[in-house]
Design a protein around this ligand. Sequence first.
Ligand code: GLY
Ligand code: MN
Ligand code: MN
Length: 495
Amino acid sequence: MADKSAAPRATSNRSTTPVSDTFAQYISSQWADRPDALPTPRESARYAAQRRARISAMHPGKRLILPAGAAKVRSNDTDFAYRAHSAFAHLTGWGSDSVPGSVLVLEPTPDGHTATLYFREPAGRESDEFYANPEIGEFWIGARPSLTHVAADLGLATVGLDGFAAVLDAVDATTLIVRDADRDLTDQVDGRRLLTVDSESLASIDIDSDADDDLARDLSELRLVKDGYEIAEMRAAVAATKLGFDDVIGDFSDITAHTRGERLVEGTFNRRARAEGNTVGYDTIAASGPHACILHWTRNDGPVVPGDLILIDAGIELDSYYTADITRTLPVNGTFTEVQRRVYEAVLEAADAAFAIVKPGIKFREIHAEAMKVIAAKTAEWGFLPVSAEQSLEPEHQYHRRYMVHGTSHHLGIDVHDCAAARRELYLEGILEPGMVFTIEPGLYFQPDDLSVPEEYRGIGVRIEDNILVTESGAENLSVGIPRTADDVERWLAN
Ligand code: GLY
Ligand code: MN
Ligand code: MN
């Protein structure tokens, strides 16, 4: 009968759901059977299996727990749009259709691991969940896929979430968990691990364990080089993002007419993101005029004024969660002023110089260094630095960084700032390999109140951000089809 434990949260003071047994019996009856034709495995399934094999080889004898995570509350009883944890998505191939609260478990065997995906299977009609539970009920959010369906789709063994209790019971000191995916689950695992430790060694046990951190690190480093599926997804994410930028330009007359034109930029781009993919890969930055000097301007509540530049940093995340990360800076009235063009072309020169050195074998950090040579040279040439460009580039000086305080590149993929737990020696100090994908995104930002630059520069912010794939012989700019020279940008706006 009515399962009160599944009652919706925070709605008891306004719930009108009938509670009589008569109603429960009636609504549970007269439902057609559901044929569940099994799908063939999705394309990502075999890649996810290879990724699991690699992480398995790094952690022999360990039980690995990768939670998808629960939905996060936005306000009272409403949640943010659900997104599974990136490591979970990477090792399952499950993206925007993931079931919240799922857990991937790699159970150690003598020759590796067996992978099992635990998720909340569909509730039967004998439960009141389907009509009375707005959080997870079928009438409210749609039906969940069956265990057999997901097993076929992802090429993974599946077990109902109830079965995860047995995994928790088995947790011991050899169990590792991705800690930041699901804090409640991590607390439970920590509690179980403590129970398995005798009291003498308890004091020496750090349950915020280094071994968990090693797992997070290895999962991040696994993503430094993209496989064929991931590269195809990155191309598709960039192609969708180009459509979003085209849409924004097509809406420029509405955008400039509105007092909060930046919001219209965000909305237009978001429309394309929801149509083509899952959503945006990060909050769109629609930064017109001096807002462009605020690096993470996402309030987007300003006007878009002809004569100013607008910096738009936006990327579409596909259903697989792979995202582009593109910035273009556009003259709102279609034509750069002389000083705007001067700044724009300096940033473009920095981007092109950085791109020109990209090939397997160089260090990641060299890309930034190359861009900085141009930024230092230009700001010195314009007389903004108290020393020469060469002196400014010395580590103890860096005067030019006043005008570009951020880095030039970050890895990109299933997270916009991908591979976040990778070791510095493999990231900033790492050697480029074919299959790596990262941004090149130099900029120049002259704050409106910066007295170190002439007045005509103040309030100008320019960033040009492209998404770069390292190839066997060099590099490919995946976003080269989104206009980036000043002349091409003006032609783009004129169409
Ligand atoms: N959109 C954030 C970044 O460029 O890193
Ligand atoms: Mn970026
Ligand atoms: Mn960006």
